[in-house]
Structures are given as C-alpha cells and as structure tokens.
Ligand binder design. Sequence first.
Ligand code: HPA
Length: 249
Amino acid sequence: MLAVIGGSGLTQLANLDITRREVVRTPYGEPSGPLTFGRLAGRELVFIARHGYGHTIPPHRVNYRANISALRSAGVTHIVSVASVGGIRADLGPGALVVPDQIIDYTWGRHSTFFDAHDGQVRHIDFTEPYDAALRERLIEAAALAGETVVDGAVYAATQGPRLETAAEINRYERDGADVVGMTGMPEAALAREAGLAYAALNVVVNHAAGRGDSAHGIRMADIEAMLQEAMVRVRHVLEKVCESGVCR
Ligand code: HPA
C-alpha cells in the first residue's frame, strides 16, 4: 500500500475519499497525527500530515521515527514524501517540481535511526542511492501523465531549520553540490530505508534559496505561502496518477 507524507501546504488530500482515521501508537512515541485511510483514483492510500493536521509541528520536532513506524505497521510498502524546498540551482525557481536523487544531511540532534542496538545487534543500511529507483520512475511517469514537467534528479540538502538559511550557507551548500534545500528530508528517507520501505520524494520549489534570484535580499513568508497553495493543486494531480499507475493497492 502507498502512503503519502504531506508537508507544508499539504495537510490534507482534498481529492482523497476518506474511509477511516486511525490513531497508531508506536514504541517511538506519537506520530504527527492519526493515519488517514482513503481511496484516491479508486485505490487505497494512507495519508499523514508531517507537521500535524493543524500544521503545529516544526521540522526539527517531527517524530520521524514514529511516523515511519506507524506507516509500516499499517501495512505500507511505498512512501511518497511531498515537501517544499528552496531552489539553489538557477533553473529551479518557484513552481518547479523536482524528484531528487541524492541527499546531503546537515541536520543534527534528531532521532535518526531505528538501529540503536537495543537488541545488541549493530546494523547498517546501504544508502548510496537514498531514494527508491522504481518509485522515482513512477513519480516521473505520473507527472508526465498529469501534464506536469518535473526535474528528474537533484541533490537535496536537509537543513535543521526552523529558520531559513543565510546567503553564505546557501553558497556553501551549492559548493557541496546541493540543488535544493529543505528541512524535513532527513532522517525520514533513512528511516524508511531502515524499515525496508520504498521511499521517493516530490519536492515543490516555493522560493529561491536565500541570496538567490528574488530572494537576494530576503525571503517573504507570504510569497512562500502563495506558491504552496498553487503548487499543491498540481501535486495532488500527480499523486492521483501515481495511484492510477498501480502503486496503491
Ligand atoms: N530553505 C529551507 N527549507 C525550505 C525552503 C528554504 O529556502 N523553502 C521551503 N522549505
């Protein structure tokens, strides 16, 4: 079964026919909210709002472990993560949809693993390719079916937040090879891999990163908000096509 983790601007899926909501408890504490089960394009899907249904949980306080654990225990096999980002690369301006293929993790102090060796076992995952290749392909195909252009491949820089970056930090991330910047991509992707779940991300560029383009002298939250609303309509269409393509049950 497919799960969608909705980020800022996507606290619900308007086109989801909701069948039930389930409060799930996990050994890692509370997920961001109840899991919402429903049908999209006639197929079953689970939705969770990463920041809570009222958008009350900032990126550094999201219980990523509980979210992934809850989805897994609900029978989820595939996760599409929707998250807004700032565009660093010149061609990734507001409104661009991106399916990233790499991650650099700059976050700190988050509970970032299930493999804490509480059972005496030391485990490692391979994370060379952090996103599931087949699910990425499905997302890209679904976007084409929805008539949306998506950028195939980008390096996602995961920052701690909740503040936005300085211009110098963005310059540094670019030198490191990053193309987009967001606050929630990690440890979510790594936890999904540890849990054995196929995971891919659909990033929505909602602003030029700090110091770039029309963010040269600052970023206006109102502009981000306006772009989020507009872009999420397109994201919902892409998700419908992902369901039609058969990832959902
Ligand atoms: N930086 C970090 N996270 C973000 C941004 C940004 O510019 N825009 C949306 N999420």
